[in-house]
Design a binder for this molecule. Structure first.
Ligand code: 13P
Length: 255
């Protein structure tokens, strides 16, 4: 049984003061039973991690703290970069790795995604490894081949046991921030392909256990249709996670 996971990726939004308010408001809208059904993760920018950690710890909130990126080295002369042990020390439990915005706007490669995923696991956190095709790749019939190769390259060198415990997010690039979502059947079909790729590289147990999320214009109105698919274990939510009312409604998708 895979527990659902819904993560909010705040991207480059919110000062630390705004972030404190966002996580507090979110917590007011969620009940203990919600956390029993869904693992809730918020991924604020680096500058808000310490403040959000403090709120979570002082109010004993069962909300997990995530980061949006990391370097793969644990220290060194890498101006501007943040190392996995620094995140772990802030009680960060999840780290988004290889988001399409990092890949497209910052030139991140599969090889770097792989180094980051391994570094996050080594620091005892959970990577949320993002994969997804562009519109051109989809139109050329390359969607499945693209995600297969991103999974194979991104998770290379991890053991079956490690892969079983990570999270993969399928985010078709054409659906991110566009208001256009993948049809739940289409998303579910690609996610089955991802699970099959995990099975062939890391074994059936890893494929059964790994949680695979959908991301791309998820909102309170469409989340239930994604969650109804047996292969979709949750969502990585951008825009709708910035509004605590909307994000709480996404998390309580069954209501
Ligand atoms: P939107 O929900 O704003 O489309 O963003 C999706 C995303 O990129 C989450 O990581």
């Amino acid at each position: 049984m895979r527990k659902s996971l819904i993560a909010g990726n705040w991207k480059m939004h919110a000062t630390h003061l705004e972030a404190i308010q966002m996580v507090q408001k979110l917590s007011y809208r969620l009940e203990d039973t919600d956390y029993g059904r869904v693992d809730v993760v918020v991924c604020p920018p680096f500058t808000s991690l310490r403040s959000v950690q403090t709120v979570i710890e002082s109010d004993h909130l069962p909300i997990h703290l995530g980061a949006q990126d990391t370097h793969w080295e644990s220290s060194g002369a890498f101006t501007g970069a943040i190392a996995p042990p620094m995140l772990a020390k802030l009680s960060v439990t999840h780290v988004i790795v290889g988001h399409s915005e990092r890949r497209q706007l910052f030139g991140e490669t599969d090889a770097e995604v792989n180094k980051k995923a391994k570094a996050v696991v080594a620091a005892e956190m959970t990577p949320i490894v993002c994969v997804g095709e562009t519109l051109e790749q989809r139109e050329a019939g390359q969607a499945e081949a693209t995600v297969r190769s991103q999974v194979a390259a991104g998770l290379k060198g991890l053991s079956g046991e490690q892969v079983a415990a990570i999270v993969i997010a399928y985010e078709p690039i054409w659906a991110i921030g566009t208001g256009e979502t993948a049809d739940p059947d289409t998303a579910s079909a690609v996610i089955s392909v991802i699970r099959d790729e995990v099975a062939s590289g890391w074994g059936g147990d890893a494929a059964e256990s790994v949680r695979i999320l959908y991301g791309g214009s998820v909102n309170p109105g469409n989340i239930a249709a994604f969650m109804a698919k047996k292969d979709i274990d949750g969502a990585l939510v951008g825009g709708a996670s910035l509004d605590p009312d909307k994000f709480a409604s996404v998390i309580r998708y069954w209501m």
